[in-house]
Design a protein. Structure first.
Length: 130
């Protein structure tokens, strides 16, 4: 069985040249998922290595942009991301927003509630007997 058109040599060369600029959503919205499913079915065994290279090179760019872009704007590169990459981007963006909220927040160390309720020891009222 031959690989689908989104895994041709042309696509591979484009990704090797500059992975961040390739519009994988147009070629296949579920590029990585499809690639993982067809690896055992096709004759070309280099697809697995190619998928790992494509994901790692694009992953760096996705994380970098998600941490540096404003939460109100959608960067220009988001429409080029696959469904899997879009989920990674949104997760990283939410994580960064939560981190910034935590960092700007008030008291970081709080006394545990259980520490405030210690029992005080009572001394016996009566005379002590040896």
């Amino acid at each position: 069985m031959n690989p689908p058109p989104c895994f041709t040599q042309k696509t591979r060369k484009e990704i090797q040249a500059d992975a961040a600029c390739v519009d994988l959503r147009v070629r296949c919205p579920y590029f990585y998922e499809l690639g993982c499913k067809i690896v055992p079915l096709v004759n070309d065994k280099s697809i697995g290595i190619f998928l790992r290279y494509a994901f790692t090179s694009r992953y760096k760019e996705v994380l970098s942009k998600s941490h540096s872009s404003s939460t109100m704007t959608v960067p220009k590169f988001v429409p080029r991301l696959t469904k899997e990459e879009t989920r990674v981007f949104e997760s990283a963006r939410e994580s960064m927003a939560a981190f910034k909220k935590w960092r700007a927040g008030g008291v970081r160390l709080q006394k545990a509630t259980i520490l405030g309720r210690k029992r005080k020891t009572k001394l016996p009222d009566g005379p002590s007997t040896p």
